[in-house]
Design a protein around this ligand. Structure first.
Ligand SMILES: Cc1cc2nc3c(=O)[nH]c(=O)nc-3n(C[C@H](O)[C@H](O)[C@H](O)COP(=O)(O)O)c2cc1C
Length: 200
């Protein structure tokens, strides 16, 4: 599938054929694509929970106010992030770079994020957003539909997935084969309402 086709055909699908399992090969291909998403300084803040246990899914569905896609979809991925990833063995993010690049980047990462809590948290959400869009487009390319979701009780979900200290939940994404098509598009804002030239 061409990139533009995937962008146009990706829709938030709420109902899935619940008897369909995603082959492990598709799952691996999908997640391998997700890992190629861009992040600031290549920090890769994301941490993913793949919810495979059906009873666990039901509890998560309850925390998501009963939304059917949580239990019906073939896969449910919860996109989380480590707020302190910028400071957790950052050598890993530049491991393949030449030594002089490493020597330049490592102090830059530290200076950029040290003592900036809001920025550290904002960065996790940017990284989750990047991963989410890659996941949804890659899923479309493999013939699956998706639904990004933030409609859940954050504290309840955090308890259910045992979210570690210093981590945040970005969103969850249901992935599967549509049972019913997405609603007609809600209405896209015209470009001239959202695009300015040079400044607001
Ligand atoms: C961060 C985020 C959270 C969302 N949360 C939910 C949700 O909890 N439940 C739901 O049914 N749709 C959810 N949606 C889907 C949006 O309603 C949908 O993307 C939007 O209406 C545009 O439709 P489209 O994705 O089909 O183009 C969410 C989308 C995003 C990006």
């Amino acid at each position: 599938m061409k990139v533009f086709q995937a962008i146009e055909q990706r829709r938030a699908v709420r109902h899935y054929q619940s008897d369909i399992e995603m082959p492990e090969q598709d799952f691996t291909q999908l997640m391998s694509a997700v890992l190629l998403s861009p992040t600031s300084y290549n920090i890769q803040h994301w941490r993913f929970i793949r919810v495979t246990d059906k009873a666990h899914r039901e509890k998560i569905k309850a925390a998501a106010w009963g939304q059917d896609q949580v239990s019906e979809a073939s896969e449910l991925i919860i996109l989380c992030a480590d707020i302190n990833a910028w400071n957790d063995r950052p050598q890993r993010y530049v491991a393949n770079s030449p030594k002089e690049t490493q020597d330049m980047l490592l102090p830059m990462i530290s200076a950029f994020y040290s003592n900036k809590e809001q920025l550290q948290r904002d960065e996790t959400m940017r990284s989750c957003g990047m991963a989410a869009q890659t996941l949804m487009l890659a899923a479309k390319g493999l013939g699956y539909d998706t639904c990004p979701m933030i409609g859940f009780d954050r504290e309840a979900l955090a308890r259910l997935i045992r979210l570690p200290q210093g981590h945040v939940i970005g969103m969850m994404i249901a992935i599967g084969k549509a049972k019913t098509p997405a609603h007609p598009r809600g209405g896209q804002l015209p470009l001239n309402e959202v695009l300015w030239e040079n400044h607001f």
